[in-house]
Design a protein around this ligand. Structure first.
Ligand code: TXA
Ligand code: MG
Length: 320
């Protein structure tokens, strides 16, 4: 039986014993293990059924631990770290040689961030070593934003879930790498590009044309519900032509008029992007459990965090 607890010492002791546990962060829950225990790191990949060519993020307790993990740190990376940590920003930096190749999938770079969650901060202080943690979902499925989501996925497969309530951000961290001093977007996420550009100037966005395999987060398909789902510009229009009987509808701020057999979720009735991000995965989890024939999702305005949410949705469903 997997234990769900708020007890930080218990969680820390499991990590000390080399076990994998789930931890809360402000973005999504993570599957964590000591960065210094290779067996435990291997176990993360196994439990998640994640291909081992997809590297993990190292979570440190503060910027003071950064030089233990990374070296040759660009000035603009330090600026971003100083400004946004703790918070939903992951930096890709040259790794210190002691960082396991299992964590970095053999790359000479490492992903690192300081999570902004009081319980995980306490945990990191208690154990006093960094942890590696991918999102706590089986590879390819919707990320978890509360302990119940994690339990549904991994009951009996992990020792313990450290319960920190609902994630306040609700989508993964934004990932930034560097070409000398130029920041490059590796994954859209909970920190908007606008906010990053205010601190370090223009961020280079990789597109299909200048695609590098160094940024899997920009190209892979994941976060998918099991139910057939479409991402459309206008749900009302699309409803005119669908034959499916039981339909779930997910939209940004406007309720869509439809017959009441259909189930409808509005991400943020007041049109707040932060609230929409916070609800996104939870509503997708809920819709996915209703045995629907189809989920129709309306694209958000491609603005601010709307961009990150659309990016997640494009990967999760078929775009039409
Ligand atoms: O918000 C988050 O970032 C959450 C919480 C738990 O911190 N973690 C998370 O981890 O989303 P994961 O493993 O689901 O996604 C990590 C992403 C993957 O797309 C991986 O390819 C990329 O980070 N990544 C990790 N190390 C990298 C590296 N050295 N170079 C390029 N991409 C890297
Ligand atoms: Mg993930």
């Amino acid at each position: 039986m997997t234990i769900v607890t708020k007890n930080i010492q218990k969680a820390g002791n499991e990590l000390n014993r080399g076990h994998v546990i789930a931890i809360p962060t402000e973005t999504v829950y993570g599957l964590a293990a000591s960065i210094y225990n290779e067996n435990a790191i291997e176990a993360i990949f196994k439990i998640k059924e994640r291909p081992n060519n997809n590297p993990l993020i190292v979570h440190i307790k503060s910027i003071n631990q950064l030089t233990d993990i990374a070296t040759n740190i660009p000035e603009s990376a330090l600026k971003l770290a100083n400004h946004f940590w703790p918070g939903p920003l992951t930096l890709i930096l040259k790794k210190q040689s002691k960082i396991s190749n299992l964590i970095t999938a053999g790359k000479n770079t490492v992903a690192v961030r300081v999570p902004d969650h009081p319980i995980t901060q306490e945990l990191l202080n208690y154990i006093d070593y960094p942890i590696a943690a991918p999102s706590a979902n089986p590879f390819g499925s919707i990320s978890p934003t509360c302990s119940k989501h994690v339990l549904d996925y991994f009951n009996d497969k992990i020792k313990l879930i450290l319960d920190g309530g609902n994630c306040t951000k609700g989508i993964e961290s934004t990932i930034i790498g560097f070409e000398n001093e130029t920041p490059i977007l590796f994954r859209h996420g909970a920190l908007s590009i606008n906010n990053i550009e205010k601190i370090v100037g223009p961020v280079k966005i990789i597109t299909n044309d200048n695609h590098t395999p160094d940024a899997p987060g920009m190209f892979s398909r994941h976060y998918a519900p099991k139910t057939k789902a479409y991402l459309v510009d206008n749900v009302t229009e699309h409803l005119k032509s669908v034959n499916e009987k039981k339909i779930g509808i997910l939209s940004f701020n406007n309720a869509i008029s439809t017959h009441n057999k259909n189930i409808q979720f509005v991400l943020s009735p007041k049109g707040d992007y932060n609230e929409a991000a916070k609800n996104l995965y939870d509503y997708l989890h809920q819709l996915d459990k209703l045995n629907l024939d189809l989920i129709l999702i309306e694209k958000l305005p491609d603005f601010n965090l709307g961009k990150s949410i659309n990016d997640r949705l494009i990967r999760a469903v078929t775009e039409i």
